[in-house]
Design a protein around this ligand. Structure first.
Ligand SMILES: [Zn+2]
Length: 132
């Protein structure tokens, strides 16, 4: 079993992509539900806080919703990349993204070194523009 060079990560195969797709779709559905019910998150926060901290709880809930919303956008872009058959290929250097990274961040669209070269915000904006 030494048919391939170890210099580059192997691209994810079709079966792995399907497994990631199922994970992403589950996450997407989960997040969509949370985004539709921000008041539930706020209520849970205020259960733990007194009345004076209630406003803070609501702010926290709002930022949670914003984070979830952002993550949901990443997930949608990753699912779109699967349909375009570009999933698992770095959007920066065009090399395969190591499957260990995809396991940790299934919506990753670029490798760690390309990610470090760009701010997250920029990557996000570009991706959305590319698939809009
Ligand atoms: Zn890269």
């Amino acid at each position: 079993m030494k048919s391939r060079s170890k210099q580059e990560a192997k691209p994810v195969n079709r079966r792995q992509i399907l497994a990631f797709q199922r994970r992403l779709e589950k996450l997407r559905d989960n997040l969509s539900g949370k985004i539709r019910r921000p008041e539930l998150i706020a209520e849970r926060q205020t259960e733990l806080a007194d009345q004076a901290a209630a406003t803070e709880g609501r702010n926290l809930a709002t930022s949670l919703v914003e984070n979830n919303h952002k993550r949901l956008q990443y997930i949608k872009v990753a699912l779109q990349a699967m349909r375009n058959r570009t999933y698992g290929i770095c959007s920066g250097c065009k090399k395969p993204i190591p499957v260990t990274r995809l396991n940790a961040v299934p919506w990753a669209l670029c490798c760690v070194s390309c990610q470090e070269n760009q701010s997250e915000q920029e990557t996000f904006g570009e991706d959305i523009a590319a698939f809009a």
